[in-house]
Design a protein around this ligand. Structure first.
Ligand code: ATP
Length: 430
């Protein structure tokens, strides 16, 4: 009997110990699982770091997830993963970033065997493609013999996947197959800003559109500088890297050069495009956010003057600056294609901002946030002026109509109506 009760106690004890061990194991697994999820987003490694998005100037936020598995093509690349694409593909992880891996065959079909060429850049050709979903995209095929292209490919895939903003040309997919590297972007149906400024076959850009484009670009850059963590320096702001959508809203394209800045602040070769390059960067080899501000200033002058920076724009600006008094006098550089149709005050304000951006001393240049504020203010006051003019002319029209209508009725009631309309006019002016 005693033996039996001993056996029972031992049995119960073993059972309790096993139960406790099982509970501890389950608890540890549960905690590990929950810790791992944010790790992807908060890695201290630069390469694996994600780009959380601040509320300012931002419309979407990439939420990272490693929760689902996908085997179908196209596959998604996980945000915040290693630059080594091979490992990403093998890991077969899907993220909420929406960056998809397309097969070479699909892209070959979508581009009619790469016959739909829309542009040619330093790193390869760009084709228009219609995906099976009906969606239009731009496929950039990187030149296979270009080492820089390879680097750019890895850079853009890992970087752009984490950057989402309404003023950036978002990367939607990629292809790494048959020794080919391709990047798939949102299709920008109106092409580049450069073509609208210089292609005689296209309608000249209206002044109000030019200012809106400047603000769109400023917002895209402000996001890269102040919204992205770690911040991103574009390094190649120029009119051919600004693309326009169907409603002529602008987005900043081509972040290929920016990643290297994050890895090494002092790259040995000078990168960027002649005419837009910050002189301070040329002498110090150190590229900063203020170097992007300089290029943005050149772009603003390009919008104002319709002159290519490769064709002596800076000399032209310096000459004009001698005759300005700091507030006005920039009208002589206005693009002749504008045909005098611009608001002089706006032209002077945008030129003054542009001139500050191209100041030789980086410290004296405004930040992109400052530039956004200046340009938004210009557009806001234009709207207010328009609203005011519209409401006062509408009121005058209304008064005339009502007076005419009332003339046919009794004179007393007519007088009353006009009085009440007059008081509306007063309140509009306030
Ligand atoms: N997403 C897109 N949608 C529509 N057209 C595009 C798109 N991306 C590029 N293009 C077209 O292809 C052209 C070439 O683009 P790409 O970025 O390869 O070179 P680039 O910016 O002109 O020059 P570089 O390579 O020296 O920066 C652009 O000027 C534009 O007309």
């Amino acid at each position: 009997m005693e033996k039996e009760s001993h056996g029972l106690i031992i049995g119960i004890s073993i059972g309790v110990v096993i139960g406790v061990l099982l509970a501890i194991t389950a608890f540890v697994c549960f905690r590990r699982y929950h810790r791992r999820r944010p790790q992807i987003g908060n890695s201290s490694s630069r390469r694996a770091a994600t780009v959380p998005i601040r509320a300012n100037g931002v419309d979407t936020c990439t939420v990272l997830s490693d929760s689902s598995i996908g085997t179908e093509s196209p596959k998604s690349i996980q945000n915040g993963m290693s630059l080594w694409l091979g490992s990403v593909r093998k890991s077969n992880v899907v993220s909420a970033s929406g960056i998809l891996e397309y097969s070479y065959k699909d892209l070959q079909r979508a581009t009619y065997n790469f016959t739909t060429l829309i542009g040619q850049g330093a790193y390869g050709s760009v084709y228009k493609a219609q995906m099976s979903t009906g969606e239009m995209v731009a496929v950039k095929v990187l030149a296979t013999d270009s080492k820089q292209g390879e680097k750019e490919f890895q850079t853009e895939v890992s970087l752009l996947g984490r950057l989402h903003h309404r003023n950036l040309v978002n990367l939607v997919g990629y292809c790494a197959e048959k020794g080919q590297h391709m990047l798939i972007y949102v299709y920008m149906s109106r092409g580049s800003l450069a073509s609208h400024l210089y292609d005689e076959k296209l309608e000249p850009l209206r002044w109000d559109l030019r200012v809106q484009i400047a603000l769109d670009v400023a917002r895209g850059l402000e996001y890269l500088h102040d919204g992205a963590v770690p911040s991103v320096v574009h390094r190649d702001i120029k009119s051919s890297n600004i693309l326009l959508d169907q409603s002529m809203r602008a987005r900043v394209a081509d972040f290929g050069l920016s990643r290297e800045e994050m890895v090494s602040k002092h790259a040995s070769n000078i990168r960027g495009t002649f005419g837009y390059l910050d002189p301070e960067y040329i002498s110090t080899r150190s590229f900063t956010k203020k170097s992007d501000v300089y290029s943005f200033g050149v772009l603003l002058f390009e919008l104002i003057a319709g002159k290519n920076p490769l064709q002596g724009l800076s000399e032209y600006i310096e000459l004009a600056a001698m005759t300005t008094d700091g507030k006005g006098g920039w009208e002589e550089i206005a693009d002749s294609r504008l045909d005098g149709k611009y608001d002089l005050q706006e032209l002077n304000e945008v030129s003054a901002l542009a001139y500050k951006c191209v100041n030789r001393a980086p410290k004296k240049r405004p930040s992109m946030r400052d530039s956004v504020q200046v340009l938004s203010r210009i557009i806001k006051s234009r709207h207010e002026r328009k609203r005011h003019t519209h409401s006062s002319s509408a009121t005058t029209e209304e008064v005339t109509i009502n007076v005419e209508q009332l003339d046919h009725r009794s004179p007393t009631s007519g007088h009353q109506r006009v009085e009440s309309i007059d008081s509306t006019a007063d309140s509009c002016e306030v």
